[in-house]
Write a protein that binds this ligand. Structure first.
Ligand code: FES
Ligand code: FES
Length: 154
């Protein structure tokens, strides 16, 4: 079936295979930041923003993207602009180890800061609790989100 969606600010028309899920569709179109982890909704590696909300793409059928606005980590900064403040903060705080969880963490954090610009540590933990980091870098990830939040408020 033909799908029309807005991907990282651009309208695209894609063909979805019968029964294909959104994670496979995105990866087939070179969105390699969207990771396959568990395939069951448990790890958050496949996180995308759907109309600004953080969702697990492995749990969506591709047809659910029809007419929606999809953001992957490739689209979180302005095309010709500097890195997003979250990306800068993750690097500065050493919150990226193997990097497998990082795109999903960044997107969940972006969704959090859009609705809550001054999250407490507990609120950051709650927003990211569906995103697993196999390198267990949670403390630095939380610090990075709060660093970015402070800069984005200023
Ligand atoms: Fe989707 Fe793990 S691959 S939640
Ligand atoms: Fe390796 Fe999180 S940095 S899984």
């Amino acid at each position: 079936m033909d799908l029309q969606l807005t991907l990282n600010g651009k309208r695209v028309v894609w063909q979805a295979e019968p029964g294909e899920n959104a994670l496979d569709l995105l990866r087939r179109h070179s969105l390699s930041s969207v990771k396959w982890g568990c395939g069951e909704g448990d790890c958050g590696a496949c996180t995308i923003l759907l109309d600004g909300r953080s969702v697990r793409s492995c749990l969506l059928v591709a047809a659910q993207l029809q007419g929606r606005e999809v953001t992957t980590v490739e689209g979180i900064k302005e095309p010709a602009g500097p890195p997003h403040p979250l990306q800068t903060a993750f690097v500065e705080k050493g919150a990226v180890q193997c990097g497998y969880c990082t795109p999903g963490m960044l997107l969940s954090a972006k969704a959090l800061l859009a609705s809550n610009p001054s999250p407490s540590t507990e609120e950051v933990c709650r927003a990211l609790d569906g995103n697993l980091c196999r390198c267990t870098g949670y403390q630095k990830i939380i610090e990075a989100v709060q660093l970015a939040a402070g800069r984005m408020r200023d």
